[in-house]
Design a protein around this ligand. Structure first.
Ligand code: BTN
Length: 263
């Protein structure tokens, strides 16, 4: 791992102009910001470092941005959002996927409000515009004594990417590609954090019902971790309930909803 330059705070001159708007934003639960011009991965740095709860690490570029299943996450300089929120909750590990639910709902709502685009959360932690992926969430935790002592919620959003590498261009999109408009990243980050504060305070039932109302996973035919069938809904721990082709009902905790048809 390359040694990262120390972070700047959000008031530093080194912070790009479109991120400076974060300085004037207010939040229900105050956040600390650490800005990195270039870093391997905000999630890796957040996990390794001793950051207080409610720190948000933001990188202008990631050299080794990671997606789920150790996939690379495309994180070029100056255009997208690459951030990780550090939270020190005392949450039972089985509730971790509800934090994904809260984060993907928050991101979808914030992007929809900012752009008017058809943004929706795809189970378990993708954010889609129409049929293409515009963002993803990678939640990782450090567990001690049976509880999550540190939760890192990594959020990547394709904001102002104008063109993707060939291997991504059929499945990825950005706010710019979809709308023709360049967006200031600071305002979008602030809107995400404000929505995240709301969503994570919802009781599980409300969180799930609001996520379900916005998502297209539920009601679709899905194929996940060897199970195929119709996605019926989310359990209170965030797991996805599928009725398989053989009539059996299964609850799936993690996995990727492949070929999920859009309703
Ligand atoms: C996925 O869809 O597979 C999840 C993508 C998560 C990407 C973000 S960008 C900020 C944070 N740092 C990383 O290395 N990954 C997450």
């Amino acid at each position: 791992m390359k040694t990262a330059m120390p972070p700047c705070d959000i008031f530093s001159d080194a912070v790009p102009e479109d991120l400076c708007t974060l300085r004037g934003s207010s939040f229900d639960t105050p956040y600390n910001f650490a800005y990195y011009a270039e870093i391997d991965s905000t999630n890796d740095t957040a996990k390794a470092g001793d950051f207080p709860s409610q720190t948000v690490l933001i990188a202008d570029a990631q050299l080794k941005g990671r997606g789920r299943y150790t996939r690379d996450w495309y994180s070029p300089s100056g255009v997208n959002i690459s951030m990780s929120i550090v939270i020190k909750p005392e949450t039972p590990p089985e509730m971790l996927s509800l934090m994904n639910t809260a984060a993907s709902l928050a991101v979808s709502r914030a992007l929809r409000a900012a752009t008017g685009l058809d943004v929706w959360p795809k189970w378990p932690n993708d954010v889609y515009i129409g049929t293409k992926k515009a963002g993803g969430i990678l939640s990782e935790s450090i567990i001690a004594g049976g509880a999550i002592v540190k939760l890192v919620i990594g959020i990547g959003i394709n904001v102002n990417t104008g063109q993707f590498p060939i291997e991504l261009k059929d499945k990825a999109t950005s706010l710019l590609i979809e709308s023709g408009v360049k967006y200031g990243r600071g305002r979008i980050i602030a809107a995400i954090l404000q929505e995240f504060d709301k969503c994570r305070s919802y009781p599980a039932k409300r969180l799930i019902s609001e996520w379900t109302a916005m998502s297209r996973t539920i009601g679709s035919y899905v194929s996940i971790s060897g199970h195929r069938g119709i996605a019926k809904g989310l359990n209170e721990d965030g797991s996805l309930v599928i009725t398989s082709e053989n009539g059996k009902t299964v609850a799936i905790n993690t996995g990727e909803a492949a070929n999920a048809a859009c309703r």
